[in-house]
Design a protein around this ligand. Structure first.
Ligand code: ZN
Ligand code: ZN
Length: 293
């Protein structure tokens, strides 16, 4: 499997000189399975940049879009995703929780003529909805899901392919006022994953007073990743105020804590352009200047 990060920021896009290296675009991750199938995790503003790249690619199969939940920072890129305006595109969206109609509202009805000039009914791409009942297959991968602890609800996805596993678990509060899913169950869901992409909005010092906001600190995520015996914790969904210099320091500490906590484990701070190759030789990093290993 190949993972490419197109947007790693939480809450709101945060461009500017202090965020240029890790990137200011909101949540969007592309996962390519071993048979070349494209799975897109969330449609934040990073999806716009992915769309530009996709139109340069010679061949495109169906694009499978999984949305963790419908807060703005996870859907806002969709109206600006160029494949939507290409009649050759086939988009498959997997709506959950509230039924297809309501999910469709969240993703496409921001294109209502008032919030965005082109109404979604006028887009040339083929857009279909599929509602799997349990675990399901996308290309060579098996996809599982579990509810996260987040205001308004959310989902985490585990994608398994050729004996490897990647978990996308953003917007998850590891110390919430009330649990939707207990941490022990979430840890079992993540157990042994090669890569765990986890919410890293805060630090132990700035999370104070933010209980119930639906996010976690890097320190909490490290502890959780170690308990779940994951190989690589990928820091993700940063506070819009978090500077590149702060992220460098946080990443250094997370790498040390993961390597000390469990033999063979490590961490990386996701940044726009970062590529993680997951195969039998481990997790290999490439693709971006922000990477410090
Ligand atoms: Zn978010
Ligand atoms: Zn959210």
């Amino acid at each position: 499997m190949k993972i490419q990060f197109w947007g790693v920021r939480g809450s709101i896009a945060a461009p500017g000189p202090d965020t240029a290296r890790y990137g200011g675009n909101t949540s969007c991750v592309e996962l390519t399975t071993s048979d070349g199938t494209t799975i897109i995790l969330d449609g934040g503003t990073g999806l716009r940049v992915l769309g530009i790249d996709m139109l340069k690619r010679p061949r495109r199969g169906p694009l499978h879009i999984l949305i963790s939940h419908h807060h703005w920072d996870h859907i806002q890129g969709f109206p600006f995703f160029l494949p939507v305006y290409d009649a050759k595109s086939k988009l498959i969206i997997y709506p959950f929780r509230k039924g297809a109609k309501e999910e469709l509202f969240s993703l496409l009805d921001q294109m209502d003529g008032a919030h965005f000039p082109v109404p979604h009914g006028a887009v040339p791409a083929s857009v279909t909805l599929e509602e799997p009942k349990g675990d399901w297959r996308i290309g060579s991968a098996l996809v599982r899901r579990i509810p996260t602890n987040h205001p308004g609800g959310g989902l985490s996805f585990r994608i398994e392919d050729q004996g490897h596993a990647v978990v996308y678990m953003t917007d998850n509060e590891l110390d919430p006022p009330a649990f939707t899913t207990p941490n022990s169950k979430l840890a079992d869901f993540c157990r042994g994953a090669d890569v765990l992409i986890h919410d890293s909005q805060y630090t132990s010092s700035d999370i104070v007073g933010k209980r119930g906001w639906g996010h976690s600190s890097v320190e909490q995520a490290v502890e959780f990743a170690l308990a779940a015996e994951v190989r690589c914790y990928a820091m993700f969904h940063y506070d819009p105020q978090r500077t590149d210099a702060e992220l460098d320091k946080l990443a250094e500490r997370a790498v040390k804590a993961m390597e000390k906590g469990r033999k063979g484990s490590t961490a990386v701070a996701a940044s726009e352009g970062l590529v993680l190759e997951v195969n039998s030789s481990g997790v290999r990093l490439s693709g971006t200047a922000a990477v410090r290993s």
